[in-house]
Structures are given as structure tokens and as C-alpha cells.
Design a protein around this ligand. Structure first.
Ligand code: ADP
Length: 556
């Protein structure tokens, strides 16, 4: 600091603005020499303020009065410094508040001189409410004894310079931020495993990331400058020319493509193209591709295997249909022949008994009859299996036809039970029928087939001394038939499978001699009920028997 003394101003005029009194009229030079302070201050281009020792504004030149709109609040100048500061809320340039003791006026009144290079700068809210930035310099005013009796400050507005710098600094910070962001994005593009490259629509590649190098085998130096679809021999589902037009119009495309790698491998990629309009008027395409070659290969293999399975399935269906058909014809002639033989044996036995009963003769006829009976039973069983085969292949090829007639479901069920009672002498089948008829529009033979299938299964799996219970109900527009048995039951997991073609629950013991089926009965039953717009199901717990049921819409 250059020393407070030297920079102090010794004010000769005191508080008044008028010239001092002299004995003789002053000369012009004397008048000029003693130009009133007010005129001198008003001539200055800067704001000048003179403060009393207690910080009140004693004098302000016209620039200062304008600058701080002092005339709008006449008593403002005489307010204590503290109150004035509260009104203008001065802040440092970094936004922090300026305290009372640091305010330049207080510092000067304590004897400090604030000159050019040490000028303090602050933002204040001027009395017209505007936020402005000022630079302050000043010095204490001392009396002859050197005591500080006041202060003079010069104030310059630097708002424009400051706001300009602030804006510049902000713009710079924004640029730096964007730069850092771009750098981060570029680093990310490099690190990502996806192949990312940028090309000009109708023009060359201009960016090629590490992922693209790894996927396609071309380095960035080799790829940049080439046309992407030529370099990668793109096979595009739209055709490349149409695709370019599409991109121009729609702006983006996502789909699967084929590219050729540097070592001649065909790569399947899932690709996303995004058109970017740049300020140079050109259209760029950001292409992001992920290698899906392995997945596509697996898909191709799977669909080939599915096609092979489908074809094997078709061949099996055809084979079963032929087997069914070919077995039907010989069976159709064996059965009546056996029936004929059985009738003749019976007649012969009767004749023999009537004419001359010979011991032993009836015995051999008797065993012949047993043989024929057994063969007839086997032929019946085989006929059932062949019928199942033929029905299943008809269902599979959608060739099963229904003959719908209005029938009483009770009658159908009763007939089926009667048939089973005769075939399984001694088995108990209880029937629970409603009194009124249960009208349904169905193919009676086919619905009978479903009931018979339920019954034969129930008889097959239930111990012979246990009854089977059948019920028929009509409710809410639906008829419901349920067959309850006391067999081994079916686990929830198996319940989901038993309706499939050829499915048989492994390890289930059956109780009758009718033998195992082909695993087609429930498949056929389900198809038949569904064809009649009905529903089908089973309720069962292992060890507690099973209730197989189906519903049919009641006829109006
Ligand atoms: P199958 O002609 O072999 O009986 P189904 O399609 O009629 O074929 O039945 C499929 C499988 O469901 C049977 O093999 C058997 O394991 C099981 N199943 C069917 N009905 C019953 C039942 N009432 N009790 C227990 N298991 C049954």
C-alpha cells in the first residue's frame, strides 16, 4: 500500500457547497481556483460520493445520483450505513454476501485507501430494483490533525463487462461439459460389444468402432471411406435401394440382416439404423448391429428338426391309417365266421345231447366252444383297438364326421351301462339319473363311445368288488355326465397328460382281463366332446379313485 497519508484528500471546503468568504472581491483566477465543489464533482464522468465519518452520504454527484436513483428516495442518503446496505444487499462476484465491516465505505472510514488495482467489485440491487455490478475505489478524508473525518469514493459501473464475462464463462463451461460428454460417449461407443458405425446416406463410412472391428474383421482404417453395403455385402430384406428411400422417409429401421465378414463368414445381425440430419444438410446413418449368427443357426436347426418331426408325424399318421384300414377288412370277416362256428357248435352239442349222448363227445365239442369263445373275445378286443386307431387318425386329419340327432342323454348312458354289465358279469355299476329326460343334440354313437371309454377305464382300474357310480345331471343349460371309480386315482401332474395321444400312465395296475389299451381312448373322447361344444375333465387324488366327467350343451 502506498501509505494512507499520501492518498488522503484534505478537504478545505467543509460541508458547505459555497466558496469561502474573502475580504476583497476575488479575481477570476481565484474564483476558478475555488470552483465550487458541486460543479467540480458534477463535471466528472464517474460517480463520486462523499461520506461522513459515521457513513452517511453527505454528497453525491449527478452521475452517482443517476446511477443509484438516489433522487427517487430523498432520505436514503441520510440513513445509517447498515440500513442502506440492507436495502441494496451487496454481494461479492462469487455470490457471497458482503458484510458491513468489509463494505468498502467502512474500510475507507477505518483509514484504508482503495486504489485502482485493489478496487473492490460488488453486485448490488440499486434502488430501481436492478441487479448491477460496480467497481469501487476511494480514500479517507482527514482533517489537519490527520483524523479521518469522512470518505470519498469513486464508483464505476462494470455490469456490461461483468455480464459479458459471465456469459463467456458460462458458454465455455457448457462447451467443456459437452466436450466431456462427447468424450464419454465416444469412449462408450468404443467399449461396447455392439458393432457401431456411421455412414453417409449414399456415401462412405465415416466412423467404425472397436465392436465393428471385432464383428466384421475390418479395422477402422480399412472400413472408413468405403461404402458399408459394398464392404459388408449387405443382404437386406427390402433390397438396398428401397431401404435407402425408406430411411430417408421414416428415419429409422430395426430388423435382421446378413453381412459378410472379412474372412468370408456370413454373419446374421440384429441391426438398428437411425438417420441423423446434420447441419451440413447431409443425412447420416448410425448403424448398430448385434451378432445373432449363433441364435439364427439354432433357429434354422430347430425349424428343420420341427419340419422333420412334422413329416415323421405325417408318415406315422398315414401308416396308422393304413394299418387300421388293412386290419379292419380281415377282422370284419373273421368275426362273423367265428360267430357262425360258435352257433354251429352249439347246435351240434344240442343234437348230440338229444340223439345219443356219448360220453366224451360233448367234452371235445365243449372245449372247441371254449376256444371259439376266447377267439371271439380277442377279436372283439382287436376290433376295439383297430377302431381306436382309425378314429384317432380321422381326428388328426379332420375327417371325423358326426351325425347329430336330438337324443336323451339318459338313454345313451343307460344303454352303455347295460352293455358293460353284460360284458362284465357281476360288476356293480350304479346309475343316478334325473327323472326328466336330458335332451341333447349329438351323435349318439360317438357320445356313447365316450361313456363306454370312461366305463371300461373305470372297470379296468377298480378292484372287482368295488362299484362304479355314474350320474347324469342337467343344470344351467348344460348336461353333465360323471363316472366315479374307486381305483388308484391319478396325480395332478399326470392329469395334464392323460388326454394326449398314446399317453399311458406308467406303472398303473389294471384289474380286469381286458388288457391295456393304446392310450387313445381319452384322446378320442376329448376330441369328440369338444366337437360337440362340450367340456371334459377329471377330478382325482392318488389313492382315492377318479371322477371323469364331460358336459354337453342342452338342446333348446
Ligand atoms: P388306454 O386305452 O390306455 O386306457 P386312455 O386314453 O383311455 O388309454 O387312458 C390313458 C391313461 O390314463 C391310461 O393308460 C391310464 O394310465 C390312465 N387312466 C384312464 N382312466 C383311468 C382311471 N379311471 N383310473 C386311473 N387311471 C386312468
Amino acid at each position: 500500500m502506498s501509505g494512507d497519508e499520501g492518498a488522503s484528500v484534505t478537504l478545505a471546503y467543509g460541508q458547505g457547497a459555497s466558496a469561502p468568504r474573502v475580504a476583497a472581491p476575488p479575481t477570476d483566477e481565484e474564483i476558478l481556483l475555488h470552483t465550487p465543489l458541486a460543479s467540480m464533482l458534477d463535471a466528472l464522468p464517474d460517480a463520486v460520493l462523499i461520506y461522513t465519518a459515521d457513513g452517511r452520504i453527505l454528497r453525491a454527484n449527478s452521475v452517482a445520483r443517476d446511477m443509484f436513483s438516489l433522487d427517487s428516495r430523498p432520505n436514503f442518503a441520510t440513513l445509517p450505513l447498515e440500513e442502506r446496505l440492507a436495502a441494496i444487499a451487496p454481494r461479492n462476484l462469487d455470490g457471497t454476501q458482503v458484510s458491513l465491516e468489509n463494505w468498502h465505505v467502512a474500510r475507507i472510514l477505518r483509514g484504508e485507501t482503495i486504489t485502482g488495482e485493489h478496487a473492490t467489485e460488488a453486485r448490488i440491487r440499486s434502488l430501481d430494483g436492478q441487479e448491477r455490478v460496480f467497481g469501487f475505489t476511494g480514500a479517507p478524508i482527514r482533517n489537519d490533525e490527520g483524523e479521518v473525518i469522512g470518505a470519498i469514493t469513486i464508483v464505476r459501473e462494470i455490469s456490461e463487462r461483468w455480464w459479458g464475462e459471465k456469459e463467456k464463462a458460462q458458454a465455455l463451461a457448457r462447451l467443456q461439459q459437452r466436450d466431456a460428454q462427447l468424450q464419454r460417449q465416444a469412449a462408450m461407443l468404443e467399449r461396447t460389444h455392439e458393432a457401431i458405425f456411421l455412414w453417409e446416406l449414399g456415401g462412405p463410412i465415416i466412423y467404425w468402432n472397436r465392436g465393428a472391428e471385432l464383428l466384421y474383421g475390418y479395422t477402422a482404417a480399412e472400413a472408413v471411406g468405403r461404402r458399408s453395403h459394398e464392404l459388408l455385402q449387405t443382404v437386406h430384406p427390402m433390397g438396398f435401394a428401397d431401404f435407402e428411400t425408406f430411411l430417408r422417409g421414416v428415419g429409422e429401421w430395426t430388423g435382421e440382416l446378413q453381412h459378410m465378414t472379412r474372412d468370408g463368414r456370413q454373419a446374421d445381425v440384429l441391426s438398428r439404423h437411425q438417420a441423423l440430419h446434420e447441419t451440413d444438410g447431409k443425412l447420416y446413418v448410425l448403424e448398430t448391429s448385434r451378432d445373432i449368427t449363433e441364435r439364427k443357426q439354432m433357429e434354422r436347426e430347430l425349424s428343420q428338426r420341427a419340419a422333420e418331426l412334422e413329416s415323421a408325424n405325417r408318415q406315422m399318421d398315414e401308416f396308422l391309417s393304413i394299418v387300421g384300414h388293412e386290419l379292419r377288412t380281415p377282422l370284419a370277416s373273421i368275426k362273423p365266421n367265428l360267430q357262425l362256428a360258435e352257433r354251429q357248435i352249439r347246435r351240434l352239442t344240442e343234437q348230440l345231447e338229444a340223439s345219443a349222448p356219448q360220453p366224451g363227445g360233448q367234452d371235445s365239442l365243449g372245449s372247441l366252444r371254449t376256444l371259439v369263445d376266447r377267439s371271439l373275445r380277442q377279436v372283439n378286443r382287436m376290433t376295439r383297438l383297430v377302431n381306436d386307431l382309425t378314429d384317432a387318425s380321422r381326428i388328426r386329419s379332420d375327417r371325423l364326421e358326426l351325425q347329430l340327432t336330438l337324443s336323451d342323454l339318459g338313454d345313451i348312458v343307460r344303454e352303455c351301462i347295460e352293455e358293460q354289465r353284460q360284458a362284465t358279469m357281476g360288476r356293480v355299476i350304479q346309475l343316478d339319473l334325473p327323472e326328466a329326460s336330458v335332451p341333447v343334440e349329438v351323435d349318439g354313437l360317438r357320445i356313447g363311445q365316450v361313456v363306454t371309454n370312461y366305463l371300461t377305464n373305470a372297470l379296468r382300474y377298480t378292484p372287482p368288488d368295488q362299484p362304479i357310480t355314474v350320474s347324469v345331471r342337467a343344470k344351467d343349460g348344460q348336461a353333465r355326465v360323471a363316472v366315479r371309480d374307486r381305483g388308484p386315482g391319478i396325480s395332478t401332474e399326470e392329469q395334464a397328460h392323460i388326454w394326449q395321444r398314446f399317453y399311458r400312465v406308467p406303472g398303473v395296475q389294471h384289474q380286469s382281463e381286458s388288457g391295456v389299451g393304446l392310450g387313445l381312448g381319452l384322446f378320442i373322447s376329448k376330441s369328440l366332446v369338444v366337437r360337440h361344444d362340450g367340456r371334459i375333465g377329471v377330478e382325482s387324488k392318488p389313492g382315492q379313485g377318479a371322477t371323469f366327467w364331460f358336459t354337453l350343451p342342452l338342446a333348446e
